[in-house]
Design a protein around this ligand. Structure first.
Ligand code: GLA
Ligand code: ZN
Length: 724
């Protein structure tokens, strides 16, 4: 097949504006009234807990279904997710559907009172489809078409693929809308994942052009917004606009940023087509989709989950650790994994304003494909389960019931081994499920206590990738290190996206606010004016929403709020730069890693000054009083220890505190409902830890009274309720 399937290049009209926008408009209709079968999470929804397992009757001999269902019921599972990869069995030939096997599987599960979440199968199309419609494949960033044989290789814009995906999903929905036991749907599977997170095919080019027409209205506005006069790129027709494939020079930053936005939109609107159909056909079923959240930034998950009933994420701490080993030879510090996983959970919870989320796939054993992580140590799988709940999860499904004996994931171990014997985690998972049932809907559906927020902004993540300034600068790495610096204080932190209401927080952290919209600047301004503490660092407000450079002295829109001017900005490669802190944040001198913004205070207090080179003595960290609040600018890319110290000092000065101290390696979170609160203690180390309790509690897991100094066994968990 040629590099860009040019011989089959469609004229620009196939993706007309109406078709595209109709997808978006139809979503509005989805807000109809519904009478759900499965009372979705809410303090009152007694009994309906989503504690289950991902099951593959399509990959399991039918003779084992009854035994599996009986064992899963005895295990305590309330639901299974099935069929998300069963397109070929449900539609063996185009338009020829066979749901008989699936009905038998559902009946068998329902017989044992196990409810069913059905997956729409558009993540893996059957071979007949790929032979008949070869150009539904994705084209990667080099312009090369992907190939069938794996999964997640199709284009999110392609109208043929969308139509075929909708046909099979609609057929399933009609078939199971009223089927006893079916309670909800997972649309597709992990849209954020895939070997090429972006598609650069002709259909996407036409779709992008249509999307730009509706975003900018006129070519004149687009040309001005991007500054296309540079390098003679002025467009005189939308059909001339390319996608950012390899070209002699870098793409226009405005075009490249809009392409990231378009691809995110294309995936969201792909999902919405199925969502609109499911809302109509199965009004009483809940609908979600599963994803890996941070550190992936391929799709704006806030928009992806906006119209879904709840967020569902997949969680594989052991596998994640193996990936980190794969990426870097440097040793992984013990709190890295727990903090990264906690970041993912806090993001999942914050995507829908604190609404409890579900783990649709929780690691249950060795995990991986070609290479796999070792069996989690005894207690770890239970610990990871409780960690998700400690951060706001209301339900957990384990991946997977049995371990596949064929296919690419033979080493992604389940609760049963290849020989169907019990895996090492079997009893531990059973205990965790029993414990979560013991906690019940009141705890599982309670809210999460967080006085602090960390901003994650997709536009900044994409724009820094397009123009990092220092090739080693990663927005995601900055957000992760800021989260890591704060999470050790165990004071609870929401991970919010721009647009979220800041008023609820005492302190808001926002690293590398590279792209700053007028609206976001206004939100930050009124937050500080109203008494909030806003903490940010270098590259603040450099770019407009269309990724042009602001034409006012930096930090542009927030210059008055921050009370400084950026005299210069310095990517650091070899020349070391240090920071000497003032008494306000007294401590050892800091080191700057990748960047230093040289600050000129215009009213702000200097909390730290550079120590080296021509900028020695100039301001590195400043704090400005603005309205009733404070705005802090950390000009340098501080080392981890200094960053952790100063961020936690700022949080403390903003009045953010934790219920009581815990030793290193132990995590503490708080969930609350009305005047009740529950403190989760999670020991992420393999050795026992002692914790001093300020008052008497009851451990809801053991029903035992807890006071004074208590012992938390290796990988131990306690859920403490204050004894009244
Ligand atoms: C992902 C996918 C699953 C499966 C598991 C294990 O999260 O959603 O289909 O691949 O990982 O690999
Ligand atoms: Zn495409």
């Amino acid at each position: 097949m040629s590099r860009r399937i040019s011989e089959r290049r469609p004229t620009l009209s196939p993706l007309n504006r109406r078709q595209f926008l109709s997808g978006a408009a139809a979503v509005v209709g989805a807000a109809g009234i519904r009478y759900p079968i499965w009372a979705l999470p809410g303090p009152s929804s007694a009994g309906n807990l989503l504690l289950g397992v991902d099951y593959y009757p399509d990959q399991t001999p039918e003779s084992l279904w009854d035994e599996d269902s009986r064992m899963m019921a005895e295990f305590g599972f309330t639901n299974v997710r099935i069929a998300e990869f069963a397109w070929g069995l449900m539609e063996p030939a185009e338009g020829k559907f066979d749901f008989a096997w699936l009905h038998r599987a559902v009946e068998t599960l329902h017989k044992y009172n196990i409810s069913i979440i059905l997956g729409t199968p558009s993540a893996a199309p059957p071979p007949w489809l790929m032979v008949k419609y070869p150009d539904v494949v994705e084209v990667n960033e080099k312009g090369e078409p992907l190939h069938p044989g794996g999964r997640r290789f199709t284009c999110p814009t392609n109208q043929v693929y969308r139509r075929l995906s909708l046909i099979i999903a609609s057929a399933m929905a009609r078939e199971f809308a009223e089927t006893p036991g079916v309670i909800g749907w997972q649309i597709d599977n992990e849209l954020t994942l895939g070997s090429s997170p972006r598609c650069y095919c002709n259909f996407c080019q036409a779709g992008f052009q249509t999307w730009l027409r509706s975003r900018y209205g006129s070519l004149d506005n687009l040309n001005k917004s991007w500054g296309t006069v540079f390098w003679s790129q002025t467009y005189t027709d939308f059909s001339q606009i390319p996608v950012p494939l390899p070209s002699g020079g870098d793409p226009n930053p405005g075009l490249a940023l809009d392409y990231d936005r378009y691809q995110s939109y294309a995936n969201v609107s792909f999902q919405d087509e199925q969502l609109v159909m499911l809302r109509k056909t199965c009004p009483r079923h809940f609908v979600t989709t599963n994803n890996v959240g941070l550190p992936l930034d391929t799709i704006d998950l806030r928009s992806l989950y906006e119209k879904l009933d709840f967020v569902a994420f997949d969680n594989y701490p052991g596998f994640f650790e193996m990936l980190l080993h794969q990426e870097s030879n440097s040793p992984i510090s013990p709190d890295t994994i727990p903090a990264n996983i906690a970041l993912g959970h806090d993001f999942a919870r914050s995507l829908k304003g604190g609404k409890p989320f579900m783990i649709m796939e929780e690691q249950s054993g060795k995990a991986g494909q070609r290479s796999f992580s070792p069996q989690p140590e005894k207690g770890q799988v239970r610990l990871w389960t409780h960690q998700a709940v400690a951060h706001g999860a209301m339900g957990v499904n384990y991946f997977r019931w049995d371990t596949a004996t064929f296919g690419a994931e033979e080493y992604w171990h389940g609760i049963l081994n290849h020989d169907r014997s019990r895996s090492p985690g079997y009893n531990e998972i059973k205990q965790a499920v029993k414990e979560l049932k013991g906690l019940g809907p009141e705890v599982l559906n309670s809210s999460y206590a967080a006085d602090a927020a960390l901003v994650f902004d997709y536009d900044c993540s994409w724009a820094v990738k397009i123009q990092p300034g220092n090739f080693a600068l990663s927005y995601m790495a900055q957000v992760t290190s800021w989260y890591g610096a704060m999470s050790a204080s165990h004071t609870g932190i929401d991970v919010i996206t721009p647009g979220a209401d800041l008023a609820a927080y005492k302190i808001v952290f926002a690293p590398v606010v590279y792209v700053l919209s007028e609206a976001q600047a206004a939100r930050i301004r009124s937050f500080v004016q109203g008494g909030g503490m806003f903490v940010t660092n270098f590259r603040l407000g450099v770019k407009t929403e269309t990724s042009q450079m602001v034409r006012t002295p930096l930090p542009g829109l927030l210059r008055d709020v921050m009370g400084v001017t950026v005299a210069d900005y310095v990517p650091i490669y070899s020349a070391k730069q240090g920071v000497k802190f003032s008494s306000t944040v007294a401590g050892a001198d800091g080191q700057c890693g990748l960047w230093a913004d040289i600050l000129q205070p215009s009213g702000a207090e200097v909390l730290g000054s550079y120590t080296n080179g021509e900028h020695a003595g100039e301001a590195a960290v400043t704090m400005n009083s603005f309205g009733k609040g404070k705005a802090i600018y950390i000009g340098g890319d501080l080392d981890a220890a200094s960053l952790s110290r100063v961020l936690r000092a700022f949080a403390a000065s903003a009045g953010v505190k934790r219920p009581f101290d815990v030793p290193a390696g132990v995590e503490l979170t708080v969930r609350k409902s009305g005047d009740k609160q529950w403190i989760f203690l999670l020991n992420h180390t393999s050795v026992a830890q002692t914790v001093g309790l300020p008052t008497a509690f009851t451990d809801l897991l053991t029903k035992e009274a807890q006071s004074g100094t208590i012992e938390l066994s290796g990988y131990g968990v306690k859920v403490l309720q204050a004894s009244v």
